[in-house]
Ligand binder design. Structure first.
Ligand code: ASP
Length: 585
């Protein structure tokens, strides 16, 4: 037996008990006549004591020689501590050691295994297994497991069954590049790793399984943006015989359950907002509604004077920053420069200070009078003491810039409280999205999403206007889930592919299996997928998903611990019939 108890378990009530503990040496404190050791395992830390009076000289000297992160096993008796440590759950007791066995030695760890460590990110990634010994990382992984368990519990209680779908498949378009795997047995042919199990879950509905879920790895070969992982985990779900309302209710239920079980927070019915409203009011399809600063459109009240910047703009729009009137001129210039950075790309900013006495002072006083500014204040719901920030230009980009400013100001004002949870359904997404460069249309969600009833014909005449039964669940400004009601009719699916620029042959070659299946009694169906990594991070009150993944990749998609990706040897290449082409030849 390696242990009778864990290092987090022993209390005053155990005093007098003989115990066996195993764990890692966190710290050795050698006072000469007495040696204290902090012994750590997953469950906590227990103090061990060796001393001149009560232990043998050999044992004392062995204890003294232990190094950090040595793995040891001890036998001993639980005794009361003379000086207690209220910070520690085991702080009332210590173990008087009678036997010590070194189970394994350890090199000196490259960083300290403590809550606050001296190791930088790269070092900690390289020695991730050591990092996992630290409480912050370990606790995140335990937290993640708890969330996953609650998901499984809730969904299986609701009658969902978990089905595994294959990883070696053919490409499923979710808007990213595929990772491909060469097939040895079918030379020159490749599997793709799933960007999501989308087509399989639809096939399960045709298979009659009716309520499916899976906690599943998905793979997308995207240019890595901050905090994206090439492999990530989804809670993937699908239901048959449902309308949008059924899906929203089912997964609002799941989310509410998680908020309650994990965070102890009860949320009323989730608000809903159409995509168009979200864009108009927040300039963003995943608005953070923990705070206001709603957009006020000013076209009607700002384009009647000689101010050409506004007159020539497609959209003039502002937000009222609470308490912002006290910002100095220099601070406002700083904001304008922040907006002008290429990442944001605004040309400039007009501002209005809403003075406490009800008057206004603006950067465009030359053009506008107090009456005008009062109207702007009304449109942006500005109060005395606020600063109205106004941007203008082409609609979509101006909204995006103002949305960035809104988030930045919320951050600076401390309005993004991680302990507060504000879920929101964004519904009625456009079916298609136009690529501004090529003029081609892409599916905004994916090509299996059905247009709203009766809007199919619009695809030919006004594709931008077609709305889909597609929805996102947004939590605190993050998209945590998204899904849609699917097409289940072969003809509609074929027409959809045509509109997306697939020839009939291409559609057949890629998705023939699905179109064929549609002909054998495909039920109406729809579903959703949640990004588990992000959901867990947000529920944990943090934003970085990497901290909640046991073995994450770095920002260049590398696993620096195992050093992947890596070349494979000649023989392997040969076997796969893959030869590297030498450009020199
Ligand atoms: N497959 C979709 C995605 O990964 C989710 C869904 O439509 O259910 O985003």
């Amino acid at each position: 037996m390696y242990r009778s108890h864990t290092c987090g378990e022993l209390r005053k009530t155990h005093i007098g008990t003989k115990v066996i503990l195993s764990g890692w040496v966190q710290k050795v404190r050698d006072k000469g006549f007495v040696v204290w050791i902090d012994l750590r395992d997953r469950y906590g830390i227990t103090q061990l004591v060796f001393d001149e009076q009560r232990t043998t000289a050999t044992l004392l000297s062995e204890g003294r020689k232990l190094g950090r992160e040595f793995v040891i096993q001890i036998h001993g008796e639980v005794i009361e501590r003379t000086s207690k440590n209220p910070q520690l759950s085991t702080g009332d007791i210590e173990i008087l050691v009678s036997e010590l066995k070194v189970l394994n030695q350890s090199l000196l760890p490259p960083f300290t295994i403590e809550d606050e460590t001296d190791g930088g990110t790269d070092l900690r990634m390289k020695y991730r297994y050591l990092d996992i010994r630290r409480n912050p990382v370990k606790n995140n992984l335990i937290f993640r497991s708890k969330v996953a368990m609650e998901v499984r519990k809730y969904l299986s209680d609701e009658g969902f069954i978990e089905v595994e779908t294959p990883y070696l498949i053919k490409s499923t378009p979710e808007g990213a590049r595929d990772f491909v795997v060469p097939s040895r047995m079918n030379q020159g042919q490749f599997y793709a790793l799933p960007q999501s199990p989308q087509t399989f879950k639809q096939l399960l509905m045709i298979g009659g399984l009716d309520k499916y879920f899976q906690i599943v790895k998905c793979f997308r070969d995207e240019d890595l943006r901050a905090d994206r992982q090439p492999e990530f985990t989804q809670i993937d779900c699908e239901m048959a015989f449902v309308e949008q309302e059924d899906v929203l209710n089912a997964f609002e239920g799941l989310t509410r359950h998680l908020l309650k079980e994990i965070r102890g927070i009860e949320v009323e019915k989730f608000p809903r907002m159409t995509y168009d409203e979200a864009m108009r009011i927040y300039g963003n399809d995943k608005p953070d509604i923990r705070f206001d600063m709603r957009f006020g459109e000013l076209n009607a009240v700002a384009r009647h004077k000689d101010f050409q910047v506004f007159n020539s703009a497609e959209l003039v729009v502002g937000i009222a920053v609470p308490g912002g009137a006290t910002l100095t001129r220099k601070e406002i210039d700083g904001l304008t420069n922040w907006l002008r950075r290429p990442q944001i790309g605004a040309k400039g900013m007009v501002y209005v200070r809403c003075n406490e006495d009800g008057s206004f002072k603006s950067s465009v006083d030359k053009f506008y009078d107090q009456e005008d500014l009062k109207k702007w204040a009304e449109a942006t719901q500005a109060k005395a003491g606020d600063l109205i920030c106004i941007l203008s230009g082409e609609t979509m980009s101006t909204r995006a810039q103002l949305s960035a400013l809104r988030m930045e100001m919320a951050e600076r004002l401390g309005l993004r409280n991680p302990e507060e949870f504000a879920p929101l359904w964004v519904i009625d997404f456009p079916l298609l999205e136009k690529d501004e460069e090529t003029g081609d249309y892409h599916a905004m969600h994916h090509p299996f999403t059905s247009p709203k009833p009766g809007q199919l014909a619009l695809l030919d005449t006004d594709p931008d206007a077609v709305r889909a039964n597609a929805y996102d669940l947004v939590l605190n400004g993050n998209e945590i889930g998204g899904g849609s009601i699917r097409i289940h009719d072969k003809k509609v699916q074929a027409s959809m592919f045509r509109h997306l620029g697939f020839t009939e042959e291409e559609a057949r070659a890629q998705f023939g299996f699905l179109m064929d299946a549609f002909q054998y009694g495909a039920p109406p169906h729809g579903g959703i997928a949640f990004g588990l990594d992000r959901l867990v991070a947000i529920l944990g009150g943090q934003e970085t998903i990497r901290d909640f993944i046991a073995f994450p990749k770095n920002n260049s998609g590398r696993d620096v611990m195992i050093d992947a990706p890596a070349p494979i040897d000649e023989a392997q290449l040969e076997e796969l019939n893959l030869r590297l082409v030498d450009n020199e030849e």
